[in-house]
Design a protein around this ligand. Structure first.
Ligand code: SAH
Length: 392
């Protein structure tokens, strides 16, 4: 097996089980591993410390194990069993009103580079590293065995998540089954999951609990669901008794799906309207009719270098909402950028509030749900941040 040797002292983070090895920490590699191959990692003193998937880029090795063990079918099966048991333990794996959850959350499940979401009888596998891409058939096979009787289809969806340079040419498609039934349920609400073309694995599973919280506050409110994607927050607002719900997204396809999903749950309900429009333009032209606004934008910063611009984006966006929201209004505001910390986000929203001169109180501080666990040794895994604000 290929051996990667670290520079002196660079093993410290690995001793604390951090799962990434940056290229700058490596002194030399025995041989020339291909991207995605498993390599063993040794300290400068030539002691084994970890093994993982090799990749060219800033993160050179994603650690799979801190022990010397074969990365084979049994390895994937053992890890998937652990992930599945945890979801059973927290009650998401067999819930009669929600058949949607995340089964594998990358580093949070000690499987860096791998995401698996469950939508009713279909599992969607997404690889974020070359190594996980190469192992997809083994993983799918192990998944079938672990989830026997629970899932019938496995869809692989990695065309947009893998590094282009690696020449992997991933093709989205079914690895098992191939059902067209794409309706899943979350807290008793139904929605179509577009795993063929939709964003991420087809739905944003991570907002489940935050949507449920919104439902509690929606009664008699005029709701703006900005960056609605397939309308998740909108149906909860409708079930919660909102007076009207406007869903906005710049993607016409997303708006189409939102309309279909509203029809699925509240056929012909006149309270809902959807608009395909840019968020900033809509916020500029809208009046002050809303007293509940949701801002759930895409990750403005994907890399550290983009942080400053991203924070500016969040500031402008939130400032517009503070300017227009009715007195006594509620703002649900989110950031899903991994590089934006909780403090960064809070300071940015604070600045936006101060710019508007409104009196603002924090009612809730939100995060990702338990099926998106954070590996305690990998704090970077805490990516979803939200604030619920009361605006006087
Ligand atoms: N709130 C959604 C997830 C939002 S994902 C849910 O609960 O499922 C972010 C969405 O923002 C995507 O659907 C994307 O199409 C949309 N988007 C990106 N840039 C935008 C812009 N400038 N204006 C409006 N929508 C935008």
């Amino acid at each position: 097996m290929y051996k990667v040797y670290l520079k002196p002292g660079k093993e410290e983070s690995l001793k604390r089980f951090h799962p990434w090895i940056f290229s700058g920490a490596i002194s030399r590699i025995d041989g020339e591993p291909e991207e995605g191959e498993v390599v063993e990692v040794y300290t400068a003193q030539k002691e084994f410390i970890a093994e993982g998937h090799f990749q060219i880029g800033s993160i050179a090795v994603r650690v799979l194990s801190f022990e010397q063990e074969p990365i084979d079918y049994d390895f994937w099966k053992r890890r998937l069993v652990i992930a599945y048991q945890m979801r059973q333990c927290i009650g998401v794996a067999s819930n009669p009103t929600s058949d949607t959850y995340r089964l594998v959350h990358g580093e949070g499940d000690n499987l860096p580079g791998l995401v698996i979401d469950i939508y009713a009888k279909t599992a969607v596998i997404q690889a974020h590293s070359a190594g996980m891409h190469l192992e997809r058939m083994n993983i799918a096979e192990a998944l079938s065995e672990v989830m026997e009787g629970k899932i019938e289809n496995i869809y692989y969806k990695s065309e947009t998540t893998l590094p282009f340079k690696a020449d992997l040419f991933p093709e989205n498609g079914f690895l098992k089954g191939g059902s067209n039934d794409n309706i899943a349920q979350e807290n008793g609400l139904k929605f179509h999951v577009d795993w063929l073309k939709g964003q991420k694995t087809g739905f944003f599973v991570d907002q489940r609990e935050n949507r449920a919280l919104l439902e509690r506050y929606a009664r008699n409110r005029s709701v703006l669901n900005m960056f609605c994607y397939t309308g998740g927050f909108s149906f909860y607002a409708m079930r919660g008794g909102a007076k009207l719900v406007h869903s906005v997204d710049s993607s016409a396809k997303a708006i189409e799906l939102t309309k279909q999903n509203v029809e699925l749950n509240f056929p012909g309900d006149p309270r809902h309207e959807a608009f395909a429009e840019d968020a900033f333009k809509y916020l500029d032209r809208m009046g002050n009719q809303y007293d509940l606004i949701i801002l759930d934008p895409p990750a403005f910063a994907k890399h550290k270098d983009a942080l400053r611009n991203a924070l500016q984006g969040y500031r402008k966006l939130n400032a517009k909402a503070f300017e227009k929201i009715k007195p006594g209004g509620l703002l649900f505001t989110f950031s899903c950028s991994q590089v934006v910390t909780k403090d960064n986000f809070r300071t940015t929203v604070f600045t936006a509030a101060a710019m508007s001169g409104r009196k603002v109180r924090i009612l809730h501080q939100l995060t990702q749900p338990a099926d998106h666990p954070i590996n305690i040794y990998h704090p970077e895994g805490e990516y979803l941040k939200g604030l619920v604000l009361y605006v006087e």
